[in-house]
Design a protein around this ligand. Structure first.
Ligand code: NAD
Ligand code: IPM
Ligand code: MN
Length: 362
């Protein structure tokens, strides 16, 4: 097949700024490989709330399901922060992930050699880091019931959530992680809190059981608090990490800083079937929204993941990765990855430079 339909979900804050740029890059990379991409933009998050009163309109989910891949910017902002739960932009995001069944979220943590100086870690600690965080995305405390607000026996107000995983949920994410590790460095570290939490005890038991299907992958286990520390102490000890929804959320933001900025981290969310959801790991960055300051590379690299994992057009994905490398070689930096001696540019200009690099490819 050489023609695909892509759903664009720009969302809020810097979301529309980075998606705008990534869309053009995606289009050109596809065209270079003889692949035609058709785009359909839909409402999501706060933008959808303002326009139609819900964070994930039925038409958006239907269009996403009917497409071949989805590129999302980011959602959320101060304006909707005090909304009731069902009217939060974030609820729309959780609903589309669960509605699409994309339970496996791949978050690559790759230190570009050109950006070693942008990392707050020492050069010798940061350089060469290449980790894949496999985050379970449709279970755990984000979705567990019971949840809500109540009161305790003293009549005091309470808020509560449930961290829960079933065997099938753990087994399927473990299998994805082992497959990923097998194609990478052959090492998988499962991160949990099995010294305290029952959900983690089951997690560790099942990941250990699934390991027998992958004798070629070396499995280790680590408690999440230690993992948070080890990521800063010696990140090169990690190859592939598999962890639950909330630990994966937190550890991937932490790990992003090894690369210099959260603005560098892309992600792919995939399920058993149906289209994948591709998004940067960062949020809507309301503090810099509307100022043309956002780093679009996380979204551009997510577009590359869409081509690779979503459409299977690996050559087009490679083109984007090469163009990003070239742009960094050429010295262009947004503020978040700037260091003296490089050229400070905005979001749009960064996009133009990546496009230029792409267009100059054979
Ligand atoms: P955030 O990721 O939006 O921002 C954290 C910090 O990183 C800010 O200082 C921001 O300016 C900076 N940053 C983020 N992306 C950047 C980029 N591409 N280039 C340069 N700097 C960048 O996290 P937050 O401030 O905690 O959350 C803001 C809103 O985003 C909240 O409403 C939150 O719920 C939402 N959020 C959405 C997603 C998503 O859509 N997937 C992810 C995380 C947070
Ligand atoms: C992310 C975000 C989301 C999450 C929020 C906005 C619901 O932080 O994509 O990492 O926690 O999954
Ligand atoms: Mn997050």
């Amino acid at each position: 097949r050489s023609s695909y339909g892509i759903t664009l979900l720009p969302g809020d804050g810097i979301g529309p700024e980075v998606v705008d740029v990534a869309k053009d890059v995606l289009f050109v990379a596809g065209a270079k490989e003889g692949v035609e991409l058709r785009f359909q933009e839909m409402l999501m998050g706060g933008a959808a709330l303002d326009a139609v009163g819900v964070p994930l309109p039925d038409e958006t989910l239907a269009a996403a399901r009917a497409s071949d891949g989805i590129l999302l910017g980011a959602i959320g902002g101060y304006k909707w922060d005090n909304n009731e739960k069902h009217l939060k932009p974030e609820t729309g995001l959780l609903d589309i992930r669960s509605g699409l069944g994309v339970f496996a979220n791949l978050r690559p943590v790759t230190v570009f050699p050109q950006l070693v100086d942008a990392s707050p870690l020492k050069k010798e600690v940061a350089e060469g880091v290449d980790i894949m965080v496999v985050r379970e995305l449709t279970g755990g405390i984000y979705f567990g019931k019971p949840r809500g607000f109540g009161s305790n026996d003293k009549g005091e107000e309470t808020g509560f959530n449930t961290e829960i995983y079933s065997v099938s949920e753990i087994d399927r994410i473990a299998r994805v992680a082992f497959e990923v590790a097998r194609k990478r460095g052959g090492k998988l570290c499962s991160v949990d809190k099995a010294n305290v939490l029952e959900a983690s005890m089951l997690w560790r038991k099942r990941v250990t059981a699934i390991a027998s299907e992958f004798p070629d992958v070396e499995l280790s286990h680590m408690f999440v608090d230690n993992a948070a520390m080890q990521l800063v102490r010696n990140p090169k000890q990690f190859d592939t990490i598999v962890t639950n929804n909330i630990f994966g959320d937190i550890l991937s933001d932490e790990a992003s800083m090894i690369t210099g900025s959260i603005g560098m981290l892309s992600s792919a969310s995939v399920g058993e079937s149906g289209p994948g959801l591709f998004e940067p790991i960062h949020g809507s960055a309301p503090d810099i929204a509307g100022q043309d300051k956002a780093n679009p590379l996380a979204t551009i690299l997510s577009a590359a993941m869409l081509l690779k994992y979503g459409l299977g057009v690996e050559n087009a994905a490679k083109r984007i990765e090469t163009a990003v490398t070239q742009t960094l070689d050429n010295g262009f930096r947004t503020g978040d990855i700037y260091s003296p001696g490089t050229t400070l540019v905005g979001c749009k200009r960064m996009g133009k430079e990546v496009l230029k690099a792409l267009e100059s490819q054979k």
